[in-house]
Design a protein around this ligand. Structure first.
Ligand SMILES: C[S@@+](CC[C@H](N)C(=O)[O-])C[C@H]1O[C@@H](n2cnc3c(N)ncnc32)[C@H](O)[C@@H]1O
Length: 295
């Protein structure tokens, strides 16, 4: 894979085809990085997220892993234009698949529009590799394309995603030829999904995941059915380690309502079955049905 050829045109193409959508996705959870001190950005590209991150959190130490020299050059130019202090920023020009877990632990990882470049077998290696360099409670931000559950949205997304893969395979020799959701790999690496926002009719999602130390982790949401019989997560069901403000929808104190319903309805008895295997379909479906995709 080589993004060098595409690097000079990447921002122009993004603007032309998606307007501000991708940048809105990258920065959705930016406020949640306010307590972070040491960040690892992987496949950062032309530095659009990097600049906003540094602007928001100027004291952050940042390591940027990027395979394309020309992308790094673009990112450096963007930083210079923004006149931000980059003394705490280090670019590593390397293949992320060759990353060796460091003794240095990161409390923030960001992989925007990056994980969807890889095949499942590569993600199986890459995600735990990066996760090994994270501190307990670390946050992982990502934005990626996804396939909505059903209907016209799914047909639309299928066409757009197929066209994107065709284009990137041709222009960069992208290894992946189809989308692999990273959810299972992140969960297996000890991360839990705190929040997911869908945009553009469910075509793209922005996620915030957090490293949990608990041996048995629950998927996000509780299997409560709405009036029409769809499973939907209880709002704010997450109760793991956390840093968000109390008003934030995923604050631990906010999860009690849903869990009380779960206890009373006896659904806790079937919870292990939900954990053993069906969680992914459930997660994707529930996030589709529970959140209003933003235009
Ligand atoms: C689709 S672009 C996304 C760029 C940027 N993160 C964004 O939000 O637009 C993928 C980026 O990942 C980089 N990349 C691809 N494979 C990589 C690898 N194995 N190791 C490091 N960087 C890689 C590419 O050079 C490119 O900059």
């Amino acid at each position: 894979m080589n993004f060098d050829r595409l690097a000079p045109y990447y921002n122009g193409l993004e603007c032309l085809l998606a307007g501000g959508l991708m940048q809105r996705c990258r920065t959705t959870f930016l406020p949640e990085t306010k307590n972070c001190r040491n960040a690892l950005l992987v496949g950062e590209g032309t530095g659009k997220f990097l600049v906003e991150l540094l602007r928001f959190n100027p004291h952050l130490k940042i390591t940027c892993v990027e395979h394309s020299e020309k992308m790094i050059r673009q990112a450096r130019q963007r930083l210079a234009r923004a006149r931000l202090d980059s003394s705490q920023l280090h670019f590593k020009h390397m293949d992320a698949l060759d990353w060796t877990p460091t003794t240095e632990k990161f409390d923030l990882v960001a992989t925007h529009f990056f994980l969807d470049c890889f095949r499942a077998g590569q993600l199986e290696k890459l995600v735990p590799l990066l996760a090994k360099s994270t501190a307990p409670g670390a946050i992982w931000l990502l934005a990626d394309f996804q396939m909505p559950g059903r209907g016209l949205r799914r047909i639309r997304a299928r066409m757009i995603i197929a066209a994107l893969y065709l284009f990137f395979r041709f222009s960069t020799s992208l290894p992946a030829s189809r989308l692999t959701p990273p959810d299972n790999f992140l969960r297996a690496a000890g991360f839990v999904l705190l929040d997911r926002r869908l945009k553009s009719l469910g075509l793209v999602h922005s996620d915030i995941w957090q490293k949990s130390d608990r041996a048995h982790r629950r998927p996000v949401g509780n299997p409560i059915r709405d009036k029409r019989g769809f499973q939907r997560p209880a709002k704010r069901s997450f109760r793991g380690p956390h840093r968000c403000s109390a008003s934030h929808s995923c604050h631990p104190s906010a999860g009690r309502g849903g869990n009380r319903i779960l206890r009373r309805s006896g659904l806790l008895a079937v919870w292990p079955a939900v954990q053993n295997g069906r969680t992914d379909a459930y997660d994707m479906k529930s996030s589709e049905t529970s959140k209003n995709p933003e235009a």
